[in-house]
Design a protein around this ligand. Structure first.
Ligand code: ZN
Length: 294
């Protein structure tokens, strides 16, 4: 039988199909004929198809796993907004992390700590347990703050910051939350701050800050005004103003826990209780009522 060199030939012997296939032996060389069973061919084709499909499934699985690793799982939050016994008070920044340092206002790490200490004291006077993530000018990494907040069972977490913007005209209060379980507390704090004379509402917003996102209890972050703004910045120098900020934040926390009208902190302060003393090492530009000269 004559066939073209590269053409395969099918031969049937006892109902089993064979295929004769030329195999080139080398450049310009003659061809060998190999005999391949058609059943084996089909089996080979099937294995090839299956291994391709398996590889596709494997790679899709690997991709899903990689995406799963890259996307952090949502932290489950216990809604303790109306049952909490402990408040974790977090003063933003500290140590080598100064936070906002601007012309008109004091360094953020110092005023954040001052307001946080005042909130802490007011809450303790209201029979709540408190834990501060820092009470001195030290640097606490975010993960350590998260560990502290989550170690307190039946708690809420309140982080105190001041804000910063390149646009000096921006001013006002903002409060952030991540879990819907923290929204009511965030809204209440924001509303209380808006009671202050001349307060500007910049809203309550969801945010992905680590101390909020990783919290297992309701957690909020309060921005007590813009240190980059002349008005907010100069207010932040005032001890009386910082005490008012703390008072509003403490009142909101206590009302969220025990109901409206329960908080007595503001009237006690007005009746002449000594304010929380401050031992910050820095001084203000001029005013005798400012932090740092007492
Ligand atoms: Zn900050």
């Amino acid at each position: 039988m004559w066939v073209h060199k590269k053409q395969a030939v099918s031969v049937k012997i006892n109902t089993v199909q064979f295929r004769l296939q030329p195999v080139c032996r080398g450049p310009g060389g003659s061809s060998l004929w190999t005999v391949r069973n058609a059943v084996a061919d089909k089996l080979l084709l099937f294995i090839t198809k299956m291994s391709r499909r398996f590889l596709r499934i494997l790679s899709a699985g690997l991709l899903t796993a990689l995406v799963g690793c890259a996307t952090e799982r949502e932290t489950l939050v216990n809604n303790t907004s109306h049952t909490f016994r402990t408040v974790v008070v977090d003063a933003g920044h500290g140590g080598k992390d100064s936070g906002a340092v601007r012309r008109y206002g004091p360094p953020e790490k110092v005023v954040a700590l001052d307001v946080a200490k005042r909130v802490d004291q007011k809450l303790r006077e209201s029979q709540l347990e408190t834990v501060m993530t820092r009470s001195t000018d030290v640097f606490i990494p975010l993960d350590q703050r998260v560990a502290i907040e989550n170690s307190q069972k039946n708690s809420v977490f309140v982080s105190i910051h001041f804000n910063d913007s390149r646009r000096r005209g921006v001013h006002g209060f903002e409060t952030y939350y991540h879990s819907p379980a923290a929204y009511a507390l965030a809204q209440r704090i924001q509303n209380k701050l808006l009671d202050l004379p001349g307060a500007v509402n910049r809203g309550v917003h969801p945010a992905n800050y680590r101390v909020l996102r990783k919290a297992t209890y309701p957690a909020v972050l309060v921005e007590c005004g813009y240190l980059s703004n002349r008005g907010d910045g100069s207010s932040a120098w005032s001890e009386a103003y910082r005490d008012q900020l703390a008072d509003k934040i403490a009142e909101a926390i206590i009302e969220e826990r025990f109901g409206t009208g329960v908080y007595q902190g503001a009237s006690r302060t007005a009746s002449g209780r000594p304010a929380v003393s401050t031992t910050s090492p820095w001084s203000s530009p001029g005013s005798s009522s400012s932090l740092g000269v007492h």
